[in-house]
Design a binder for this molecule. Sequence first.
Ligand code: NDP
Length: 268
Amino acid sequence: MAAPDRYAVVGNPISHSKSPRIHTLFAAQTGEDITYEALLAPLDGFAAAVRDFIAAGGRGMNVTVPFKEEAFRLAHRLTERARTAGAVNTLSFACDEILGDNTDGAGLVRDISANLGVAIAGQRVLLLGAGGAARGVILPLLAERPIVLIIANRTADKAYDLASKFPGTSGSGFADLAGQSFDLVINATSAGLANAELPLPAGLFAPGCLAYDMVYGKETPFLEQARAAGAKGADGLGMLVEQAAESFFVWRGIRPRTDAVREMLRRP
Ligand code: NDP
């Protein structure tokens, strides 16, 4: 009998990663014969860790903090969504070639539109943050045709710079948002990890607004602010599971169901 195909997530740190659990659940659900492990790479040893995994028969890898930009540079070929994101979270190995993809934006859009039932088309959308996570979701968000997509960041110059690369968006500082309101506000900053509140002007959340924080597993100050202003709130766990499902689809050609997996991860 053939050995199972090997996959892994590589990062530093990595012990907190939920990806092995998610992909093991996907494999059980779809009957795909795979193994999926977590690999800790030294901060200066990402490329070596990938090459060792390929040499050991690995078929693909997810890449997490802090290696997504290095994975972008290591890939021989990139999908369009990886190229525009400037970062890679999914590597596939075949025919001596490393293919880089980025499934984060697809995961976010699917969670918002399919799971939370919120259409992005025709909506006023605000994206908070201008780091790798923000950059990775801009093109998939634009593909949904919002009427407005504003990128706002604490360091406003980074938001202006990012917006200049994506026609159809505009950049802003937080204070400049005063007087505007949005139907969908996506927090792609890491502020919630440190329980930091964002200095957002009042009136930002339009009636019926969805406030989405990419940070998952906790009620962040951003979600508290949004709920206090009457918005609906969602954390990033759904995005995490959906980007994993998209990676699984890239590797195996099968799209796993995500609802039960999301439920399982929510249980304490
Ligand atoms: P980066 O380090 O690249 O960027 C961090 C961003 O957060 C910058 O825009 C930074 O602003 C901003 N920021 C950090 N602290 C504060 C603060 N106290 N107040 C205001 N702004 C702040 O991180 P990433 O873009 O890679 O990741 C962002 C978050 O997204 C992470 O928390 C990560 O966990 C989450 N994420 C979730 C995913 C999921 O599947 N749910 C997938 C990918 C990411 P400045 O430029 O001014 O420093």
